[in-house]
Design a protein around this ligand. Structure first.
Ligand code: ATP
Length: 144
């Protein structure tokens, strides 16, 4: 058994004061094709990198979008298998506000990157852990 730790972001782009105008950034993974929030392994690219910095960097690389962290969300975990080994992954997500950048600049790790309205997010997400993260993020968005 092995442990992995990743960090990522739920980025929102609030254009007006109404909830219906908030868009959320989701991405489709090029390998497993699931719709997810962008993330990446902590310490994989930059040794000793803080999880906040990993989250911001990975979101930018994978989606083309720069976000500013607003709040840390409660970490989620899931299990998967790689070459017969069980891996328990913990992911630290942060709620982020859009700063700059364009989804057309996403890298090869994601095959699609989209801004979608909040009413469509729950249904679009493939995995339970992302839906759990979204529930938290959605509550926070209501109070912003
Ligand atoms: P990272 O983005 O953390 O660098 P990765 O892109 O290399 O990781 P994962 O996204 O963790 O890899 O995918 C590894 C395996 O886990 C795939 O088989 C994928 O289908 C599955 N998986 C990905 N996300 C989840 C999830 N939230 N819940 C359950 N299984 C998942």
């Amino acid at each position: 058994m092995r442990f992995e730790f990743s960090a990522g972001g739920v980025v929102f782009n609030k254009t007006k004061n109404e909830n219906s105008d908030i868009k959320v950034l989701v991405a489709q993974h090029s390998q497993h094709h699931g719709w997810v929030f962008p993330k990446g392994l902590i310490g994989d690219h930059v040794k000793g990198e803080k999880k906040e910095d990993t989250a911001t960097r990975e979101v930018k690389e994978e989606t083309g979008v720069l976000g500013r962290i607003v709040k840390e969300l409660i970490p989620v975990t899931y299990w998967y298998q790689f070459e017969g080994e069980k891996i328990r992954k913990t992911v630290y997500y942060f709620l982020m506000k859009y700063v700059s950048g364009d989804t057309k600049d996403h890298d090869h790790e994601m095959e699609n990157v989209e801004w979608i309205i909040i009413d469509e997010v729950e249904q679009r997400l493939t995995y339970k852990s992302d839906k759990t993260v979204w529930q938290q993020a959605q509550e926070m968005l209501k109070s912003l």
